[in-house]
Design a protein around this ligand. Structure first.
Ligand code: ZN
Length: 164
């Protein structure tokens, strides 16, 4: 069994690891206790009471609420059903001009806005940036995270998905 350093665990907790890596680690642990400890820590961080089912970002979670499973910001902003693309419900800042790109690349060469733009997906309530995408202009907003929650709980954690 692979063991992971404390730093890796912290990155996992902070949501700075990309999802495929997070999933590998969670899967490698096969330790439901660890997962639920992580959830407990996260649950303490948020002010709302809905049960966190899965972290999907540093400040973004899938939670079990009275209206079903939703994607929810740490601040409580509700992005709707977790199977929907939360990015489409976010505020989006598109950096597609030299001026806007210069703000994030102050000292390095600018990407050519003809070929690449940055999209920042921002919480409309608290303003936190949940995700930044670099892509070709016109490229559709991709929902890159559609977890199999039932499978994750049943296969990896060995218990059914909690319900309210
Ligand atoms: Zn928020």
């Amino acid at each position: 069994m692979t063991s992971y350093s404390k730093d890796t665990i912290r990155e996992l907790m902070d949501g700075t690891l990309p999802w495929p890596q997070t999933r590998r680690i969670m899967s490698a642990y096969k330790d439901e206790d660890r997962f639920f400890k992580v959830i407990e820590v996260l649950q303490d961080r948020v002010k709302w009471k809905d049960r966190i089912l899965l972290p999907v970002g540093e400040h973004l979670f899938i939670a079990e609420t009275a209206k079903g499973r939703v994607t929810k910001c740490e601040c409580g902003h509700d992005y709707g059903d977790y199977r929907q693309n939360w990015k489409l419900a976010a505020a989006i800042l598109v950096r597609n001009t030299d001026e806007l790109l210069r703000e994030v690349y102050p000292t390095s060469d600018l990407p050519d806005p003809e070929w690449m733009e940055l999209r920042e997906f921002i919480c409309p309530t608290c303003g936190v940036i949940h995700e930044v995408e670099a892509c070709a202009p016109g490229y559709p907003v991709v929902h890159d995270f559609q977890p199999d929650l039932e499978g994750f709980y049943a296969d990896w954690l060995g218990q059914p998905l909690p319900r309210q």
